[in-house]
Design a protein around this ligand. Structure first.
Ligand code: BGC
Length: 962
């Protein structure tokens, strides 16, 4: 404490003065006003009993003496000073100055101060004593602000350095705490214990809340200056001016303000970690839900379980899938439309609602970790059986939609997940596929989707994938996990393995895996790896810190889940809305749609069990719908383990309800001839075609292929037969991703319904009859044929164990970027979708704010007009063509806005593209500097309603630099 040093320097100066003065007086004397309190320092202020003080006078001593041990003596060099009858403890005495402690027992009194030497007593000095005993130093520039209250790093506790409630131990430097003893209050002092403890117990309140006292005694290394260490109470009020008061025996100190904040998740995790044994730490870094550890079995079902540590208050982790609703048969839950349908809404508000349902229902089932957020960029391989779980082919759209889902899930106190990190884009040989890709290619494609999803959602868990990237398994890939995820992106949460995707103990631990799932084949040996110095203990600490931090950040400690019924009604309404916003109208010749209920006499409904239900996607994302499936149809091989489930929502019933006076008849579609006959006899034929897909398999082609029935139904032939029989043939597609449609030219309308979820029936009917105007846009390009794909033939593994290469030389040219770069015209472009009304873009302009220092951006302004006769929504899309020098794809989506307009209405719209957005909209990955760069040059800004050049206008040129 600098105050004490200054005080001691003053003492030395006075000593020198006294040695040169006269000393022949028979009695010592005390100067008028000669008592100065070190704490208050201001002359004339009352001094505090128990505090340290200096007394100036002539004490007739030829040499100074000092005391350093407690208890302090009452006599030094033969001199004693008394306040009335109470002798003062002394720790320095010289000819001109005595440093002492004002006797403790004098609180609030006036006293006469005398000095006695060799039986001679000075004239008394009357002194006023403060009405309190303890005093907190309020010097060091903190007279009107915080006091001399430091954290354990000796930094003042101020608004710039607030204490964390429940976490921070603070050091209060003070005076006047009374007698001290070398004996600790709770037992004998260790021989090496140099502390001196107060004999009375101080009480410290912070914001009125009592604080736990950790130490109270003399400040180490000083005499007369006290130090009280307390833990800031967890229930202390927070703010920049929280009052701290210290009292002894009911006598209060002055009040000092300190700054208190709630503890950060990092601080809480750090504190909890200090209380854990190594065995307890290891318990948290693997699942107890696999065949080795599954004893007892998963207590709440789901996909995984990590038992908590009740004695430390650490809750259990219950892990469940949830990409399209609560998965794994945890219980009946709302079957939402596929995630890709949510992406097709291009609507972050809708995506938030979608995430709300998943989060709320997981929580209602007591699950607190979501294995969702499938963001693999399936545009590389649209035959992937998991496409329905993903958010499409564009990293920006996918990243933003995933982030909206995850944020909503985490808002329900369920740890969100994002997966599968990384480049896990095919199911064929997924555990041995060895993706070969260059750094720039991955940074600007699959990894960018993760970068956005993580940055925008604060997601707390990342699932590393089965496959290898550039010859290294994802779950021990130091470049992906340590360099990029935890390094470049500063991801603070934890990395969990996909199920049995861990391949080692030491490599996995050192290279970034934090939690093995669902078992402990490898991390069960962590203690041995640490004791043999192959893995440092600090790495285990880091794993556990990350897991605990995630649990705190999302509220698992503060908001424990209690199991409750799900809100089926509200959640099904959201499911229906998600489908209505995400279904994409792909064709509507001659205004076939919307159907006019009043004029409709007869309707043929054909195929795909449309009389009773709608199809869902299989695998770990499979939802068991509320009310139970309409129908289950076996376990196709591959994958062999995933069941075909039809959700209980009948399109036929919903269509009949929309057109009550029409004769609505059903044909199962198993026989093209009978189906054609019903179509011929009906005014309108609606054919439902479906493509079951699942985790664990890829599609043999992009044609609708029946993988469920023996013999398979030839759906292409079925549509062709129906279209030949009826010119008013409408195709409704239930599938997970891109398809080819050999019959497209012969049908009058096509609605892409995706896997529509358990409110699919009414949603489809609303769309067909125009109760809802379609506004979904494709988040994935539909190629004209598989020959247009970067890999027309899916790479296949030689066996189940040998890694095999998968060529990603297309790099960042995924989806529309690939088709653009090759000059291919796809069947339907990315971003495409029709409406029952029409829109026009006009007066487009580009505003260049790239020179702004705080938020460099550009804006595209334009007028959007609904030129048709029906209210509807258009998704205005902004694409950017980079200067050729950058080597970027021909164009990149950089922004969009969904705008709802009444018929005839026009709106001026501004889409702002921020250079610093997480989506790096103006940057390219520079391999030399290993970072994102913005290149100078001229950028062409396109505006329109799909990625097809024909639907885009040039809004302007954006010049960056000179
Ligand atoms: C899937 C993951 C899933 C996990 C747990 C794995 O087979 O790849 O996406 O979260 O199982 O069900």
């Amino acid at each position: 404490m600098s105050v004490l040093k200054a005080f001691r320097r003053a003492a030395c100066a006075c000593l020198i003065a006294s040695l040169t003065g006269a000393w022949a007086q028979p009695a010592p004397s005390i100067n008028s006003g000669g008592l100065v309190n070190a704490a208050s320092s201001a002359p004339g202020q009352p001094v505090a009993p128990g505090s340290i003080a200096s007394v100036y006078g002539n004490f007739l001593l030829s040499a100074p003496s000092a005391a350093v041990a407690v208890p302090l003596p009452n006599v030094l060099g033969g001199l004693s000073l008394s306040f009335g009858a109470a002798a003062a403890p002394l720790f320095y005495a010289s000819g001109g100055q005595v440093n002492l402690q004002i006797p403790w027992e004098l609180a609030g009194n006036q006293a006469s101060l005398t000095a006695t030497l060799a039986g001679q007593t000075s004239a008394p000095l009357m002194v006023n004593l403060a009405p309190y005993a303890p005093g907190i130093f309020t010097m060091n520039g903190q007279g009107t602000g915080p006091g001399a209250i430091l954290d354990s790093s000796y930094n003042l506790v101020t608004p710039a350095n607030p204490a964390a409630a429940g976490i921070t131990a603070i050091l209060i430097y003070c005076t006047g705490l009374g007698p001290v003893t070398p004996t600790p209050p709770t037992g004998a002092a260790a021989p090496s214990d140099t502390f001196a403890y107060t004999t009375a117990n101080p009480v410290v309140t912070i914001g009125g809340m009592p604080a736990q006292v950790l130490f109270s005694g003399l400040a180490p290394g000083s005499v007369g200056e006290y130090q009280v260490n307390v833990l800031v109470p967890a229930n202390a009020p927070t703010g920049d001016t929280v009052s701290l008061i210290l009292s002894i025996g009911g006598v209060a100190s002055n009040t000092v303000q300190i700054a208190v904040q709630p503890p950060t998740p990092d601080q809480r995790a750090g504190q909890l970690l200090t209380q854990m044994t190594q065995a307890q730490e290891i318990q948290l870094v693997y699942g107890a839900g696999g065949p080795v550890t599954n004893n007892p079995p998963l207590p709440r079902g789901g996909a995984g379980f990590v038992p908590g540590i009740p004695q430390l208050g650490i809750p259990d982790l219950y892990l469940a899938d949830g990409s399209v609703g609560v998965g794994n048969g945890v219980g009946q839950a709302t079957a939402l439309p596929s995630s890709i349908a949510s992406a097709a809404s291009w609507d972050l508000n809708q995506a938030t609602q979608y995430g709300n349902v998943i989060g709320a229902e997981l929580r209602a089932y007591g699950m607190n970790v979501n294995l969702g957020g499938n963001i693999n960029l399936i545009g590389r391989e649209p035959r992937d059986g998991r496409t329905f779980e993903t958010k499409g082919e564009d990293p920006i759209l996918a990243g933003k939609i995933a982030a909206a889902h995850i944020s909503a899930i985490q808002a329900q106190h369920v740890i969100g997940g994002i997966k599968h990190f990384a480049l896990n884009d095919q199911e064929t040989g997924r555990t041995t596929a060895n993706v070969q890709i260059d750094e720039r290619g991955m940074r600007e494609s699959d990894l960018l989707a993760f970068e956005i999803g993580i940055a925008d959602s604060n997601v707390q868990s990342v699932m590393c994938a089965y496959n290898l990237v550039n010859n290294v398994y994802n779950c021990e890939n130091a470049h992906l996990l340590n360099d990029i995820l935890k390094g470049d992106w500063q991801f603070p949460g934890f990395v969990m393995s996909d199920w049995w995707a861990t391949h080692s103990t030491v490599n996995a631990a050192l290279n970034g895996l934090d939690q093995e799932q669902p078992d402990n084949q490898y991390f069960g040996s962590l203690a041995q790896a640490i004791s043999s110095s192959q893995v440092p203990q600090s790495r285990l600490d880091d794993m556990v810190h990350r897991i605990l931090r995630a649990m705190y950040a999302v509220g698992l400690f503060d908001y424990p889940a209690s199991i409750t019924p799900i809100d089926t009604t509200a959640d099904q309404a959201i499911a229906q809305n998600a489908e209505e916003q995400g279904a994409v109208l792909l064709k509507n010749a001659n205004g076939q749609l919307p159907l006019n209920a009043a004029a409709l006499k007869s309707v043929a409904i054909i195929g795909s069990h449309a009389d009773i239900g709608v199809l869902s996607g299989g695998g770990s994302a499979q939802v068991t719908p509320t009310g139970g499936p309409a129908l289950t149809e076996g376990y196709p091989n591959p994958p062999g383990w995933a069941e075909v489930i039809w959700d209980p929502s009948s399109p036929m019933q919903a269509i009949q309800a929309m057109a009550p006076s029409a004769a609505v008849q059903f044909d199962p579609g198993t026989n093209a001839t009978t189906a054609g006959a019903l179509a011929a006899a009906s005014q309108v034929a609606i054919v439902f075609v479906s493509q079951w897909t699942s985790e664990g398999m890829d599609l043999p082609s992009l044609n609708f292929t029946d993988l469920i029935h023996t013999p398979p139904i030839d759906q292409d032939a079925l549509v062709a037969a129906v279209a030949a029989a009826n010119p008013h043939t409408i195709v409704v597609m239930e599938n997970g991703g891109a398809q080819v449609m050999p019959w497209l030219g012969s049908v009058s309308a096509v609605l892409e319904a995706w896997f529509p979820g358990q409110q699919g029936g009414p949603a489809i009917a609303n769309l067909l009859f125009g109760a809802v105007n379609p506004s979904g846009k494709l988040p994935i390009t539909f190629p004209a044929s598989v020959d247009q794909l970067p890999n027309p033939v899916i790479a296949t593994p030689p066996d189940g164990v040998t890694p095999f290469p998968v060529d990603y030389s297309a790099g960042f040219n995924v989806g529309y970027k690939w088709y653009d770069s090759q000059g291919f015209t796809p069947l339907f472009p990315f971003g495409f979708g029709l409406s029952y009304t029409t829109f026009s873009f006009s007066n487009a302009a580009v505003v260049n704010n790239m020179a702004a220092t705080s938020n460099p951006n550009f804006q595209v302004t334009f007028n959007l007009t609904n030129t048709g006769a029906m209210a509807g929504a258009e998704v205005a899309q902004v694409y950017l063509a980079f200067p050729a020098s950058t080597g970027e794809p021909p164009k990149r989506l950089v922004g969009w806005q969904k705008v709802v307009l009444q018929p005839g209405a026009a709106q001026q719209v501004t889409i702002e593209v921020d250079a610093n957005d997480s989506s790096q909209p103006l940057s390219y990955w520079d391999v030399n500097s290993n970072g994102w760069l913005i290149a100078p040059g001229a950028y062409t800004v396109y505006l329109g309603n799909s990625a097809s050049g024909a639907s885009l206008i040039t809004a302007g040129t954006l010049q960056i630099g000179s």
